[in-house]
Design a protein around this ligand. Sequence first.
Ligand code: GDD
Ligand code: MN
Length: 363
Amino acid sequence: MAAAELSIVLPTFKERDNVAELVRRLDAALVGVAWEAVFVDDDSPDGTWQTAKAIAAADPRVRCLRRVGRRGLAGACIEGILSSSAPYVAVMDADLQHDERVLTAMLEKLRSGTCDLVAATRYVEGGSAEGLSNKTRGTLSRLATQITAKVLEVPLSDPMSGFFMLRRDSFDAIAPRLSPAGFKILLDIVATAGPSLRVAEQSFVFGKREQGESKFNIQIGLEFIGLLFAKLTGDVVEPRFIFFILVGAIGLAVHLAVLRTSLAAGVEEFRTAQIIATIVALTSNFVLNNEITYRDRRLKGFSMLRGFIVFCLFCSIGALTNVGIASWLYSEDPMWWVAGAAGAVMGAFWNYAISSLFVWRTR
Ligand code: GDD
Ligand code: MN
Protein backbone atom coordinates (compact mmCIF):
# COMPACT_ATOMS: atom_id res chain seq x y z
CA MET A 1 0.00 0.00 0.00
CA ALA A 2 1.32 3.46 -0.96
CA ALA A 3 1.93 5.92 1.86
CA ALA A 4 -1.09 8.18 2.29
CA GLU A 5 -1.06 11.60 0.60
CA LEU A 6 -4.14 12.70 2.54
CA SER A 7 -5.04 11.99 6.19
CA ILE A 8 -8.70 12.59 7.00
CA VAL A 9 -9.36 13.23 10.68
CA LEU A 10 -12.88 12.33 11.81
CA PRO A 11 -13.82 13.35 15.37
CA THR A 12 -16.62 11.24 16.82
CA PHE A 13 -18.80 11.26 19.87
CA LYS A 14 -21.77 8.89 19.74
CA GLU A 15 -21.73 8.33 15.99
CA ARG A 16 -21.93 4.53 15.93
CA ASP A 17 -24.48 4.40 13.12
CA ASN A 18 -22.55 6.78 10.86
CA VAL A 19 -18.99 5.42 10.73
CA ALA A 20 -19.43 2.51 8.32
CA GLU A 21 -21.42 4.60 5.85
CA LEU A 22 -18.82 7.37 6.07
CA VAL A 23 -15.95 5.01 5.18
CA ARG A 24 -18.00 3.72 2.23
CA ARG A 25 -18.57 7.28 1.01
CA LEU A 26 -14.89 8.24 1.39
CA ASP A 27 -13.91 5.16 -0.58
CA ALA A 28 -16.30 6.14 -3.37
CA ALA A 29 -15.30 9.81 -3.39
CA LEU A 30 -11.52 9.42 -3.28
CA VAL A 31 -10.80 7.15 -6.24
CA GLY A 32 -7.15 7.53 -7.27
CA VAL A 33 -6.10 9.29 -4.06
CA ALA A 34 -3.89 7.57 -1.46
CA TRP A 35 -5.94 8.41 1.64
CA GLU A 36 -6.24 7.25 5.23
CA ALA A 37 -8.98 7.93 7.77
CA VAL A 38 -8.35 8.54 11.48
CA PHE A 39 -11.37 8.38 13.75
CA VAL A 40 -10.78 10.14 17.06
CA ASP A 41 -13.40 8.96 19.51
CA ASP A 42 -13.85 10.29 23.03
CA ASP A 43 -14.76 6.92 24.53
CA SER A 44 -18.35 7.12 23.26
CA PRO A 45 -20.75 5.14 25.44
CA ASP A 46 -22.62 3.89 22.35
CA GLY A 47 -19.58 1.90 21.23
CA THR A 48 -18.50 4.11 18.31
CA TRP A 49 -14.85 3.22 18.86
CA GLN A 50 -15.56 -0.52 18.81
CA THR A 51 -17.33 -0.11 15.48
CA ALA A 52 -14.51 2.05 14.09
CA LYS A 53 -11.81 -0.35 15.30
CA ALA A 54 -13.66 -3.30 13.76
CA ILE A 55 -13.57 -1.49 10.42
CA ALA A 56 -9.89 -0.61 10.98
CA ALA A 57 -9.08 -4.28 11.61
CA ALA A 58 -10.29 -5.13 8.10
CA ASP A 59 -9.20 -1.99 6.21
CA PRO A 60 -5.58 -0.81 6.56
CA ARG A 61 -6.57 2.72 5.44
CA VAL A 62 -8.66 3.19 8.57
CA ARG A 63 -7.48 3.81 12.15
CA CYS A 64 -9.23 4.73 15.36
CA LEU A 65 -7.73 6.65 18.26
CA ARG A 66 -9.81 6.10 21.40
CA ARG A 67 -9.28 8.92 23.90
CA VAL A 68 -10.21 8.29 27.50
CA GLY A 69 -11.02 10.83 30.22
CA ARG A 70 -11.18 13.70 27.73
CA ARG A 71 -13.92 15.49 25.81
CA GLY A 72 -13.84 18.13 23.13
CA LEU A 73 -14.11 18.44 19.38
CA ALA A 74 -11.14 20.79 18.84
CA GLY A 75 -8.82 18.73 21.05
CA ALA A 76 -9.83 15.52 19.27
CA CYS A 77 -9.04 17.11 15.87
CA ILE A 78 -5.64 18.36 17.07
CA GLU A 79 -4.64 14.93 18.41
CA GLY A 80 -5.90 13.20 15.28
CA ILE A 81 -3.85 15.48 13.04
CA LEU A 82 -0.78 15.02 15.23
CA SER A 83 -1.18 11.24 15.12
CA SER A 84 -0.92 11.13 11.33
CA SER A 85 1.81 12.04 8.85
CA ALA A 86 0.49 12.49 5.29
CA PRO A 87 1.57 15.80 3.67
CA TYR A 88 -2.05 16.97 3.50
CA VAL A 89 -4.62 16.60 6.23
CA ALA A 90 -8.38 17.19 6.31
CA VAL A 91 -10.80 17.53 9.19
CA MET A 92 -14.46 16.72 8.70
CA ASP A 93 -17.49 15.82 10.79
CA ALA A 94 -18.22 12.11 10.99
CA ASP A 95 -22.01 12.46 10.97
CA LEU A 96 -22.34 12.70 7.16
CA GLN A 97 -23.28 16.41 7.29
CA HIS A 98 -20.04 17.37 5.51
CA ASP A 99 -20.06 16.49 1.82
CA GLU A 100 -17.07 14.21 1.15
CA ARG A 101 -17.44 14.80 -2.61
CA VAL A 102 -15.68 18.19 -2.35
CA LEU A 103 -12.52 16.63 -0.85
CA THR A 104 -10.86 16.02 -4.22
CA ALA A 105 -11.40 19.64 -5.30
CA MET A 106 -9.90 20.81 -1.98
CA LEU A 107 -6.90 18.52 -2.47
CA GLU A 108 -6.39 19.86 -6.02
CA LYS A 109 -6.20 23.42 -4.67
CA LEU A 110 -3.51 22.43 -2.16
CA ARG A 111 -1.56 20.41 -4.73
CA SER A 112 -1.48 23.44 -7.04
CA GLY A 113 0.67 25.19 -4.40
CA THR A 114 -1.35 28.41 -4.50
CA CYS A 115 -2.67 28.05 -0.93
CA ASP A 116 -1.84 26.42 2.41
CA LEU A 117 -5.38 25.81 3.69
CA VAL A 118 -8.73 25.25 2.00
CA ALA A 119 -11.80 26.02 4.09
CA ALA A 120 -15.10 24.45 3.07
CA THR A 121 -17.77 27.14 3.33
CA ARG A 122 -21.57 27.25 3.42
CA TYR A 123 -21.74 30.99 2.92
CA VAL A 124 -20.66 31.59 -0.69
CA GLU A 125 -22.32 30.89 -4.04
CA GLY A 126 -22.90 27.15 -4.34
CA GLY A 127 -22.85 26.55 -0.58
CA SER A 128 -25.74 26.18 1.84
CA ALA A 129 -26.35 25.81 5.58
CA GLU A 130 -29.85 24.38 5.11
CA GLY A 131 -28.93 21.23 7.03
CA LEU A 132 -28.58 23.02 10.39
CA SER A 133 -31.04 21.37 12.76
CA ASN A 134 -33.24 24.41 13.44
CA LYS A 135 -33.76 28.13 12.90
CA THR A 136 -32.00 29.11 16.14
CA ARG A 137 -28.84 27.26 15.08
CA GLY A 138 -28.98 29.02 11.71
CA THR A 139 -29.34 32.45 13.35
CA LEU A 140 -26.55 31.72 15.86
CA SER A 141 -24.22 30.54 13.10
CA ARG A 142 -24.80 33.70 11.03
CA LEU A 143 -24.50 35.94 14.10
CA ALA A 144 -21.20 34.33 15.16
CA THR A 145 -19.95 34.70 11.59
CA GLN A 146 -20.76 38.43 11.56
CA ILE A 147 -19.21 39.06 14.98
CA THR A 148 -16.06 37.22 13.94
CA ALA A 149 -15.79 39.30 10.77
CA LYS A 150 -16.01 42.52 12.82
CA VAL A 151 -13.63 41.44 15.57
CA LEU A 152 -10.94 39.34 13.89
CA GLU A 153 -9.32 39.81 10.54
CA VAL A 154 -9.64 36.35 9.07
CA PRO A 155 -10.15 35.60 5.37
CA LEU A 156 -13.05 33.17 6.04
CA SER A 157 -16.64 33.51 4.85
CA ASP A 158 -17.63 30.65 7.20
CA PRO A 159 -15.33 30.80 10.24
CA MET A 160 -17.62 28.39 12.16
CA SER A 161 -17.08 25.64 9.60
CA GLY A 162 -15.48 22.48 10.95
CA PHE A 163 -14.55 21.25 7.45
CA PHE A 164 -11.12 22.10 5.99
CA MET A 165 -7.88 20.73 4.57
CA LEU A 166 -4.35 22.04 5.03
CA ARG A 167 -0.67 21.34 4.52
CA ARG A 168 0.79 19.39 7.40
CA ASP A 169 3.84 21.67 7.75
CA SER A 170 1.51 24.67 8.19
CA PHE A 171 -0.28 22.87 11.01
CA ASP A 172 2.88 21.61 12.70
CA ALA A 173 4.22 25.17 12.96
CA ILE A 174 1.32 26.36 15.15
CA ALA A 175 0.07 23.18 16.87
CA PRO A 176 1.39 24.07 20.36
CA ARG A 177 -0.53 27.36 20.34
CA LEU A 178 -3.98 25.92 19.56
CA SER A 179 -6.75 25.60 22.12
CA PRO A 180 -8.38 22.20 22.71
CA ALA A 181 -11.64 23.72 23.99
CA GLY A 182 -14.77 24.15 21.92
CA PHE A 183 -15.77 23.63 18.30
CA LYS A 184 -13.92 26.43 16.53
CA ILE A 185 -10.77 24.68 15.42
CA LEU A 186 -10.67 26.21 11.91
CA LEU A 187 -10.99 29.76 13.26
CA ASP A 188 -8.32 29.06 15.86
CA ILE A 189 -5.88 27.75 13.21
CA VAL A 190 -6.41 30.70 10.86
CA ALA A 191 -6.34 33.36 13.62
CA THR A 192 -3.26 31.83 15.24
CA ALA A 193 -1.30 31.39 11.99
CA GLY A 194 -1.98 34.97 10.87
CA PRO A 195 -1.67 36.44 7.37
CA SER A 196 1.26 34.25 6.32
CA LEU A 197 -1.19 31.32 5.94
CA ARG A 198 -2.65 31.47 2.42
CA VAL A 199 -6.34 30.56 2.64
CA ALA A 200 -8.63 29.43 -0.19
CA GLU A 201 -12.27 28.41 0.03
CA GLN A 202 -14.48 25.67 -1.37
CA SER A 203 -18.27 25.87 -1.28
CA PHE A 204 -20.31 22.93 0.01
CA VAL A 205 -23.84 22.05 1.03
CA PHE A 206 -24.16 21.27 4.74
CA GLY A 207 -26.42 18.20 4.86
CA LYS A 208 -29.06 17.16 7.35
CA ARG A 209 -28.16 14.81 10.16
CA GLU A 210 -29.89 11.43 9.74
CA GLN A 211 -28.48 9.39 12.67
CA GLY A 212 -27.56 10.46 16.22
CA GLU A 213 -27.73 14.02 17.48
CA SER A 214 -25.76 17.29 17.60
CA LYS A 215 -23.44 17.94 20.58
CA PHE A 216 -23.69 21.69 20.27
CA ASN A 217 -24.63 23.42 23.58
CA ILE A 218 -24.30 26.69 25.55
CA GLN A 219 -20.83 25.75 26.77
CA ILE A 220 -19.60 25.64 23.17
CA GLY A 221 -21.11 29.08 22.51
CA LEU A 222 -19.32 30.49 25.58
CA GLU A 223 -16.02 28.94 24.57
CA PHE A 224 -16.38 30.66 21.19
CA ILE A 225 -16.84 34.08 22.88
CA GLY A 226 -13.83 33.29 25.08
CA LEU A 227 -11.71 32.53 22.01
CA LEU A 228 -12.67 35.87 20.42
CA PHE A 229 -11.60 37.75 23.54
CA ALA A 230 -8.37 35.79 23.87
CA LYS A 231 -7.43 36.51 20.23
CA LEU A 232 -8.41 40.19 20.65
CA THR A 233 -5.97 40.61 23.52
CA GLY A 234 -3.24 38.70 21.67
CA ASP A 235 -3.72 35.71 24.02
CA VAL A 236 -2.63 37.81 27.02
CA VAL A 237 -5.89 37.75 28.99
CA GLU A 238 -7.50 34.44 29.92
CA PRO A 239 -11.08 34.15 28.59
CA ARG A 240 -12.17 33.07 32.07
CA PHE A 241 -10.99 36.34 33.60
CA ILE A 242 -13.03 38.31 31.06
CA PHE A 243 -16.16 36.40 31.99
CA PHE A 244 -15.38 36.94 35.68
CA ILE A 245 -15.16 40.71 35.16
CA LEU A 246 -18.38 40.76 33.11
CA VAL A 247 -20.17 38.88 35.89
CA GLY A 248 -18.72 41.36 38.40
CA ALA A 249 -20.12 44.26 36.35
CA ILE A 250 -23.54 42.63 36.33
CA GLY A 251 -23.17 42.16 40.11
CA LEU A 252 -22.59 45.88 40.54
CA ALA A 253 -25.77 46.66 38.57
CA VAL A 254 -27.72 44.12 40.66
CA HIS A 255 -26.34 45.67 43.84
CA LEU A 256 -27.40 49.19 42.88
CA ALA A 257 -30.84 48.05 41.72
CA VAL A 258 -31.53 46.17 44.96
CA LEU A 259 -30.23 49.06 47.05
CA ARG A 260 -32.53 51.52 45.30
CA THR A 261 -35.55 49.18 45.51
CA SER A 262 -34.96 48.48 49.22
CA LEU A 263 -34.72 52.18 50.03
CA ALA A 264 -37.79 52.96 47.92
CA ALA A 265 -39.70 50.08 49.55
CA GLY A 266 -39.21 51.65 52.95
CA VAL A 267 -36.10 50.00 54.45
CA GLU A 268 -35.25 52.74 56.95
CA GLU A 269 -31.55 52.43 57.60
CA PHE A 270 -29.11 52.79 54.67
CA ARG A 271 -26.90 50.18 56.36
CA THR A 272 -29.64 47.53 56.28
CA ALA A 273 -30.41 48.24 52.61
CA GLN A 274 -26.70 48.03 51.78
CA ILE A 275 -26.40 44.67 53.55
CA ILE A 276 -29.41 43.28 51.64
CA ALA A 277 -27.97 44.52 48.34
CA THR A 278 -24.57 42.98 49.13
CA ILE A 279 -26.07 39.57 49.90
CA VAL A 280 -28.17 39.56 46.73
CA ALA A 281 -25.22 40.71 44.58
CA LEU A 282 -22.89 38.08 46.08
CA THR A 283 -25.46 35.38 45.43
CA SER A 284 -26.03 36.51 41.86
CA ASN A 285 -22.26 36.68 41.24
CA PHE A 286 -21.84 33.18 42.59
CA VAL A 287 -24.66 31.73 40.50
CA LEU A 288 -23.55 33.49 37.30
CA ASN A 289 -19.93 32.47 37.78
CA ASN A 290 -21.06 28.91 38.38
CA GLU A 291 -23.18 28.95 35.19
CA ILE A 292 -20.85 30.92 32.91
CA THR A 293 -17.27 31.58 34.05
CA TYR A 294 -16.70 28.14 35.55
CA ARG A 295 -19.35 26.27 33.59
CA ASP A 296 -16.93 23.46 32.79
CA ARG A 297 -16.42 22.95 36.54
CA ARG A 298 -19.99 23.65 37.64
CA LEU A 299 -20.72 22.88 41.30
CA LYS A 300 -23.90 21.05 42.26
CA GLY A 301 -25.67 19.99 45.46
CA PHE A 302 -23.55 19.97 48.60
CA SER A 303 -20.35 21.14 46.91
CA MET A 304 -22.30 24.11 45.57
CA LEU A 305 -23.30 25.07 49.13
CA ARG A 306 -19.73 24.62 50.32
CA GLY A 307 -18.46 26.65 47.36
CA PHE A 308 -20.95 29.44 48.09
CA ILE A 309 -19.80 29.74 51.71
CA VAL A 310 -16.12 29.79 50.72
CA PHE A 311 -16.91 32.33 47.98
CA CYS A 312 -18.70 34.67 50.42
CA LEU A 313 -15.94 34.39 53.04
CA PHE A 314 -13.12 35.14 50.62
CA CYS A 315 -15.02 37.88 48.81
CA SER A 316 -15.50 39.61 52.17
CA ILE A 317 -11.74 39.54 52.63
CA GLY A 318 -11.49 40.90 49.06
CA ALA A 319 -13.82 43.74 50.00
CA LEU A 320 -11.77 44.54 53.12
CA THR A 321 -8.55 44.53 51.08
CA ASN A 322 -10.23 46.79 48.56
CA VAL A 323 -11.33 49.29 51.24
CA GLY A 324 -7.96 49.08 53.00
CA ILE A 325 -5.90 49.77 49.89
CA ALA A 326 -8.22 52.52 48.68
CA SER A 327 -8.21 54.30 52.07
CA TRP A 328 -4.43 54.08 52.38
CA LEU A 329 -3.89 55.44 48.83
CA TYR A 330 -6.41 58.19 49.49
CA SER A 331 -4.57 59.23 52.65
CA GLU A 332 -1.29 59.41 50.65
CA ASP A 333 -2.76 61.31 47.71
CA PRO A 334 -6.40 62.38 47.87
CA MET A 335 -7.40 61.59 44.29
CA TRP A 336 -10.66 59.76 44.95
CA TRP A 337 -10.94 57.97 41.60
CA VAL A 338 -7.35 56.67 41.53
CA ALA A 339 -7.71 55.32 45.06
CA GLY A 340 -11.18 53.90 44.37
CA ALA A 341 -10.19 52.22 41.08
CA ALA A 342 -6.98 50.76 42.56
CA GLY A 343 -8.98 49.25 45.41
CA ALA A 344 -11.56 47.80 43.04
CA VAL A 345 -8.90 46.33 40.70
CA MET A 346 -7.07 44.70 43.62
CA GLY A 347 -10.36 43.33 44.92
CA ALA A 348 -11.25 41.90 41.49
CA PHE A 349 -7.87 40.15 41.10
CA TRP A 350 -8.11 38.76 44.60
CA ASN A 351 -11.63 37.44 44.06
CA TYR A 352 -10.65 35.89 40.74
CA ALA A 353 -7.57 34.18 42.15
CA ILE A 354 -9.49 32.83 45.13
CA SER A 355 -12.42 31.65 43.03
CA SER A 356 -10.14 29.79 40.65
CA LEU A 357 -8.01 28.29 43.42
CA PHE A 358 -10.43 27.47 46.23
CA VAL A 359 -14.00 27.62 44.96
CA TRP A 360 -13.97 26.07 41.47
CA ARG A 361 -10.41 24.73 41.75
CA THR A 362 -9.26 25.10 38.16
CA ARG A 363 -5.64 24.41 39.03
N1 GDD B 1 -14.07 13.26 19.64
C1 GDD B 1 -15.08 14.14 19.80
N2 GDD B 1 -15.26 14.74 21.02
N3 GDD B 1 -15.91 14.40 18.76
C2 GDD B 1 -16.91 15.27 18.96
C3 GDD B 1 -17.16 15.91 20.19
C4 GDD B 1 -16.26 15.62 21.28
O1 GDD B 1 -16.39 16.13 22.40
N4 GDD B 1 -18.25 16.73 20.06
C5 GDD B 1 -18.67 16.57 18.78
N5 GDD B 1 -17.88 15.68 18.13
C6 GDD B 1 -17.98 15.23 16.72
C7 GDD B 1 -19.35 14.70 16.35
O2 GDD B 1 -19.46 13.31 16.62
C8 GDD B 1 -19.40 14.99 14.84
O3 GDD B 1 -18.72 14.02 14.09
C9 GDD B 1 -18.63 16.31 14.75
O4 GDD B 1 -17.78 16.36 15.89
C10 GDD B 1 -19.55 17.53 14.71
O5 GDD B 1 -20.35 17.55 15.89
P1 GDD B 1 -21.91 17.85 15.85
O6 GDD B 1 -22.41 17.71 17.23
O7 GDD B 1 -22.60 17.06 14.79
O8 GDD B 1 -21.88 19.39 15.46
P2 GDD B 1 -22.99 20.23 14.69
O9 GDD B 1 -23.44 19.52 13.46
O10 GDD B 1 -24.02 20.67 15.65
O11 GDD B 1 -22.09 21.49 14.29
C11 GDD B 1 -21.42 21.54 13.04
O12 GDD B 1 -21.63 22.78 12.49
C12 GDD B 1 -21.04 23.85 13.21
C13 GDD B 1 -21.34 25.15 12.53
O13 GDD B 1 -22.69 25.37 12.45
C14 GDD B 1 -19.92 21.27 13.17
O14 GDD B 1 -19.36 21.16 11.89
C15 GDD B 1 -19.19 22.36 13.90
O15 GDD B 1 -17.78 22.13 13.78
C16 GDD B 1 -19.54 23.67 13.28
O16 GDD B 1 -18.99 24.70 14.07
MN1 MN C 1 -23.31 17.57 12.93
